[in-house]
Design a protein around this ligand. Structure first.
Ligand SMILES: C[S@@+](CC[C@H](N)C(=O)[O-])C[C@H]1O[C@@H](n2cnc3c(N)ncnc32)[C@H](O)[C@@H]1O
Ligand SMILES: [Zn+2]
Length: 269
């Protein structure tokens, strides 16, 4: 068994050569890097959903320089502390697999699954990480069994609470990372005349209890304008690029800012 379900008939998928196949012979070929596309064409809201190739490569190159190592290590440590032995670990919206890899290394004998709706992101993860099986799929319609996962990580990806509740075993954990109010504040000061702090909300997720919310805060010294631009491409501000943003970024030789996150630990009750 691969751990994945057929997105058409919801039966288990088995690996057969370079494909995943279900009992009804629905067949999904693996890409060269090893990921599988389980997103039915009927559920694609655009031809290439999720992060674009440019955004994915900017994220990969930024993260691989170690700027967010502090968050990566804190998340991996937390996952290691909470997880049972031989867990099923699932990364929801795995992006480039930067956090996924560190979490796998912190777990004892895990089975690792991860999805992203962007085929570019899933491809980068599958190339990086050979200890897991990765699929293109939406977190809002996961090709995974009910009550089958011990630990989920979600780092800045959509919060599909109904699906996370469905797939998590009782007593399992969802580690959910959200930005804090001062996150990248000096980048905002550079971009906006009247910057504002992120609002932090404390939503109630049915079927979960929040058992912990740990702040993770550290300085980020961006070495050059290219890295500042990569970070900018990872933020929501990129989508509504303020006038002159790129010119302002390129005029500086890097930037000092602060990264501030909360690692929220939600337990499935
Ligand atoms: C901000 S990025 C975070 C990626 C990764 N967790 C990280 O921190 O490096 C958000 C990711 O969610 C993915 N995404 C957006 N909507 C999604 C959906 N409905 N299902 C799965 N992934 C989705 C995007 O393609 C993108 O890779
Ligand atoms: Zn099938």
């Amino acid at each position: 068994m691969t751990g994945y379900l057929c997105p058409i008939c919801r039966k288990g998928l088995e690996k057969n050569g370079n494909s995943y196949v279900c009992e009804s012979r629905h067949t999904f070929d693996l890409a060269k890097s090893g990921y599988v596309n389980l997103l039915p064409a009927s559920k694609m809201n655009s031809k290439t959903p999720g992060d674009s190739k440019e955004m994915v490569l900017a994220r990969r190159d930024f993260l691989d320089k170690g700027y967010y190592e502090g968050l990566r290590d804190a998340l991996a440590q937390k996952a290691g502390e909470l997880s049972p032995e031989s867990p099923v670990y699932f990364d929801a919206g795995c992006g480039t697999g930067y956090y996924t890899s560190a979490v796998i290394s912190a777990l004892k004998d895990p089975v690792c699954l991860g999805v992203d709706i962007s085929k570019f992101a899933t491809d980068v993860t599958a190339k990086r990480e050979k200890r897991g099986l990765f699929a293109v799929a939406s977190v809002y319609d996961l090709p995974l069994e009910d009550d089958s996962v011990d630990i989920i990580t979600n780092v800045f990806s959509p919060m599909a609470e109904d699906e996370y509740r469905r797939i998590l075993k009782k007593g399992g954990y969802l580690l959910y990372v959200v930005p804090g109010p001062r996150h990248l504040y000096s980048l905002k000061e550079l971009l906006y005349d009247t910057p504002y702090e992120n609002e932090v909300s404390y939503p109630y997720y049915q079927g979960f209890e929040e058992i912990e919310r740990t702040e993770c805060v550290f300085d980020v010294r961006l070495e050059n304008a290219v890295d500042t631009e990569r970070l900018f491409a990872m933020t929501p501000y990129f989508w509504r690029t303020p006038a002159g943003a790129l010119e302002k970024i390129r005029a500086l030789d890097g930037l000092d800012t602060v990264a501030q996150f909360y690692i929220c630990v939600l337990r499935r009750i």
